[in-house]
Design a protein around this ligand. Structure first.
Ligand code: PXG
Length: 464
């Protein structure tokens, strides 16, 4: 069944049975879900046959684009040969060893070990346990507290949501768990006021040092941050931020955790956000682009000096999942990394399509609705404002973003709204022509949004 009838059937069954993540179900049941049936390259097709340009790469993950036969074949071959075996009890299999070796090659220098998980959330749960375990192995069991940032996103399990700094997540389920505290984020446009960006970057980084002093260095295990905050609104820190953070972590002997779940595997035009900013992390969670989302897999890259302690000083690290190092997911991740490497996809983002996208995207700053347009690699954000001169936000906050998102999707472009910030994270294989289409559609979405907020147009892009 296809077309309107098919859509109605899928929507009815979806409403009847499926509980969606991060969704207000009452709203969804009134509207009905968008049913995506297939995809190719950078395009999706919904059950009504609409073709949609996916400027979010699924959920920041389909880095090599949709429809890569090599990945389907890698999965098929591995399922035939060995669909599952565990990596507990002193077992391994070729795909997990191959992936671990390949990861040691493509990740920053000194990160030559990996602990594998099934998602970014599990990777960050692993970070919490491993960082604390590391210090315990070194005879410093009080070094337990992990410092994170307000408005960070590190996942949705209990520990990962606690690391995250999203108030809406913390109020549900009594989070954060003990031993996790937050400092401010380096969001200059919304929080920097009259302070120059570089000065602001330094100031917020120095909050880390203040927090360490307040807690006592002997109680702090680690600091965790995304090189560029993704789900928080593609927040690009001022250049002064990361060097200061790195220096503080070294000065005080606390582990530096760079959450590369979004920034990893080419998103910034370098293999990792840590390469982009010159960060040398001690632990580095990865997921999403690791398999381009074709199968669920995540992990934590572990620096040699941390791995040495766990291997030589520890006994058994009592942590792991049935599917840690799942052979089929590993085989797909290996094939995916080879595509990224052998086709020069990341270099192309760095040298060709990335600069092209960034230039066009930044030009959207002339639009009356756009306060700031920022972009790095294949990540972009537009902060929508009611008044450009004062950076005044819309009241109520968030509705204009949702309006713009709904208009955008109706026009055939998946752009995501974080409050009143529009964000993109396209597949890394997007061509210049497809970028032109993205910019054209985003411009139309902004124009229609402006007309709607000015009340000139009874837009069909209803607020959800
Ligand atoms: N770290 C970061 C930096 C992430 O962005 C996770 C960890 C957790 O990964 P898993 O695989 O457990 O989802 C993420 C995930 C959004 C959105 O709305 C972003 C994520 C997940 C779901 C929604 O932007 N990022």
């Amino acid at each position: 069944m296809s077309g309107a009838q098919g859509t109605a059937k899928w929507r009815a069954l979806d409403s009847a049975h499926f509980l969606h993540p991060f969704t207000n179900h009452k709203d969804l049941h009134e509207k009905g879900a968008r049913i995506i049936e297939r995809a190719e390259g950078v395009y999706l097709w919904d059950s009504d046959g609409n073709k949609i340009l996916d400027a979010m790469a699924g959920l920041w993950c389909v880095n090599v684009g949709y429809g890569r036969e090599e990945l389907a074949e890698a999965a098929y071959r591995q399922i035939q040969k060995l669909p599952y075996y565990n990596t507990f009890f002193q077992s391994a299999h070729p795909p997990v060893v191959e992936l671990s070796t390949l990861l040691a090659q493509v990740t920053p220098t000194g990160l030559n070990h990996v602990f594998l998980t099934n998602s970014g959330s599990e990777a960050n749960d692993t970070v919490v346990r491993m960082a604390r375990y590391y210090w315990a192995c070194l005879g410093q069991p009080d070094k337990q507290t992990i410092i994170s940032r307000h408005n960070a996103y590190h996942g949705s399990t209990v520990a990962a949501a606690s690391l995250g700094g999203m108030p809406a997540m913390h109020v549900q389920g009594g989070l954060p768990i003990p031993g996790i505290v937050h400092i401010n984020q380096p969001y200059w446009y919304r929080e920097g006021g009259d302070t120059a960006p570089e000065e602001f970057g330094k100031q917020v980084a120095q909050e880390l040092e203040q927090k360490i002093a307040e807690l006592g260095e002997h109680n702090v295990a680690a600091f965790i941050a995304e090189p560029i905050q993704g789900a928080g609104g593609v927040i690009v820190p001022p250049d002064s931020y990361w060097p200061e953070i790195c220096a503080i972590c070294r000065r005080h002997q606390i582990l530096l955790v760079a959450d590369e779940v979004i920034c990893g595997f080419g998103r910034t035009g370098k293999w990792f956000g840590s390469d982009y900013y010159g960060i040398q992390p001690d632990l580095m969670p990865i997921a999403k682009g690791l398999s381009s989302g074709y199968l669920p897999i995540g992990g934590v890259m572990v620096a040699d000096h941390v791995a040495r302690v766990i291997i030589e000083e520890g006994g058994e690290f009592a942590h792991g999942m049935t599917y840690s190092g799942h052979p089929v997911a590993c085989a797909v991740a290996v094939a995916n990394i080879r595509i990224l490497r052998d086709e020069g996809i990341i270099d192309n983002v760095r040298d060709n399509t990335g600069p092209y996208l960034q230039k066009s995207w930044r030009e959207l700053a002339v639009h009356p609705l756009v306060g700031e347009a920022r972009a790095v690699g294949f990540l972009g954000a537009l902060d929508l404002v009611a008044d450009k001169a004062t950076r005044k936000q819309f009241d109520p906050a968030g509705q204009t973003g949702i309006l713009c998102r709904d208009i955008s999707i109706r026009l055939g472009l998946i752009m995501r709204a974080v409050g009143d910030t529009m964000i993109i994270s396209p597949p890394l294989v997007m061509s210049r022509e497809e970028i032109d289409e993205l910019i054209m559609l985003a411009t139309s979405a902004l124009d229609e949004t402006l007309a709607a907020v000015q009340g000139k147009n009874d837009s069909r892009g209803a607020v959800s």
